[in-house]
Design a protein. Sequence first.
Length: 118
Amino acid sequence: MSRTFELRGTVRKDSGEDLSDDAVASMVRMLCRSDLNHELVCVMGRDRILSLSQQCLRLEDALCTAICIIRNCAGIADIHCQKSGDNLRRWANELIEESKLDFDAALSRVNDKEGDEE
């Protein structure tokens, strides 16, 4: 999987994309100031952190969108007097609880993105 991230308006490639998250973390943890590859390891650590944090935001936004779809389906089920609406609402709430998602913040971010696209 190619890891990319955005930094100062430029999409960049993760400099350590061939290494696992654990390998990068170990290299950063064991880094000494006198190591010849000090700058390389620091940049690789920065790239991985930015890549993972931006990936996390994208996944939170996707989860938020899925929860909104589930909630809309629950509302439609209620209109048609189907009992599945309660189950759908429960599943949406369980997704929020289990993922520890700040749903309101994610929803605001998704709505802002949709507003920018219009």
